[in-house]
Write a protein that binds this ligand. Structure first.
Ligand code: ADP
Ligand code: MG
Length: 389
């Protein structure tokens, strides 16, 4: 995969069309940006191009306008916030293609930035329409993709456009691919995967792919109960996906001794903050819901993690949004932070849990792409990455 570094020496005076992920959370009532992390994360790649005298043209989607112009999803406030962060004027084009985008791109000077309006205001974006790709490509001399979170989608701004221009990854995609490929290609051993979260069905492909590579797969969260039930263990009222029992059986067969399931459970009768919580060994009694791994399981999992050279973690080990069911997730986050292994964390809620604990700087890599990281870990080729190869 090429990176923006491969364009070094060729960027001065050139228009760099850059796909970023500025899909920031907005306040439902005021429309204000509630968290600008995604904008700040894009700064290194943007600055790299600007410092080399490029003219940077940014494109992104925001929200789900579904091919229609919806003012509440305008990127204008994002362009303003980017200007504050860069300490520079950021120009704005009210459309991402068409005459206004063209003339704004042509008017850019060296070291200047233009933000285009939401790519998803056109249906052609998500349809990967060749004409839309061609029009976007006409705005730039080079294409740089730094939006990992949409790299699993073949859209005009993530895949189509790359067919027309010399294309490369920005630093965010470079780091994602660097770390996530350590988990999928020629991984270090002992290699331990920790899997949790809500559903087996969301993660079958990841479970299957990683089972072929890891030395141990530690399974917690709600998904553990589908596996336990398949093994004939009493799981009470825990979340079980009946439709996934068969696949759980196949995975148990494929994984054999590698798969480590919880040996005790923190349970309650209702999923409520003030519900009475109790630990049970081995099984979840009738009338109770398994909501976190118990202390014996935590010890078991910690021992496996301590000896590992590489740990990949996806999915909280319990209903961590409620404090009394957060201990398992917290203990595993700390075990990763304290380990000398290369540690890779993926998944929206898992990353959130790590950040809430302030441990993100002690993890080798916290992936920002929810669906994209899962597809990568599942061994799939992401169209937005393939387009840069
Ligand atoms: P990620 O976004 O990290 O991939 P998922 O979306 O798969 O994770 O799952 C996260 C959700 O799983 C959390 O909201 C958490 O409350 C829930 N969860 C974890 N363990 C349990 C459990 N035992 N019972 C019910 N829900 C659980
Ligand atoms: Mg999730």
């Amino acid at each position: 995969m090429k990176t923006i570094r491969d364009f070094d020496g060729r960027l001065a005076g050139k228009k760099v069309l850059m796909r970023v992920d500025f899909n920031v959370p907005l306040d439902k009532e005021t429309g204000a940006i509630t968290n600008d992390l995604r904008i700040r994360m894009a700064l290194p790649t943007i600055r790299y191009a600007l410092e080399r005298g490029a003219r940077v043209i940014l494109m992104s989607h925001l929200g789900r306008p579904k091919g229609q112009v919806k003012p509440e999803f305008s990127l204008k406030p994002v362009a303003r916030r980017l200007g504050e962060l860069l300490g520079a004027d950021v120009k704005f084009a009210p459309d991402c293609v068409g005459p206004e985008a063209r003339s704004a791109a042509d008017a850019l000077g060296d070291g200047e930035v233009l933000m285009l309006e939401n790519t998803r205001f056109h249906a052609g974006e998500e349809e990967n329409d060749p004409e839309m790709s061609r029009q976007l490509a006409a705005l730039g001399d080079f294409y740089v993709n730094d939006a990992f979170g949409t790299a699993h989608r073949a859209h005009a701004s993530t895949a189509g456009v790359a067919e027309h221009l010399p294309s490369a990854a920005g630093f965010l995609i470079e780091k994602e691919v660097d770390y996530l490929s350590r988990a999928t290609t020629d991984p270090d051993h002992p290699y331990v995967a920790v899997m949790g979260g809500a559903k087996v069905s969301d993660k079958i492909q990841v479970l299957r792919n990683l089972l072929g590579k890891v030395d141990a797969m530690l399974v917690g969260g709600a998904m553990a109960y589908t596996f336990l039930k398949q093994q004939g263990v009493e799981v009470g009222d825990s979340l079980v996906e009946e439709d996934s029992l068969e696949v759980a059986g196949e995975l148990l067969e494929q994984g054999g001794e590698k798969i480590v399931l919880p040996v005790d459970h923190v349970c309650a009768r209702q999923i409520e903050a003030d519900a009475e919580a109790r630990s049970f060994d081995d099984e979840v009694p009738a009338g109770w819901i398994g909501l976190d791994v118990g202390p014996r399981t935590v010890e078991l999992f910690k021992q496996k993690i301590e000896g590992a050279a590489l740990v990949v973690w996806n999915g909280p080990l319990g209903y961590f949004e409620i404090e009394q069911f957060a201990a398992g997730t917290e203990a595993i986050a700390r075990a990763l932070a304290d380990s000398g292994a290369t540690t890779i964390v993926g998944g929206g809620e898992t990353a959130e849990a790590v950040e809430e604990l302030g441990l993100q700087d002690r993890i080798s890599h916290v992936s920002t792409g929810g669906g994209a990281s899962l597809e990568f870990l599942g061994g799939e080729v992401l169209p937005g990455i393939a387009a840069l190869e």
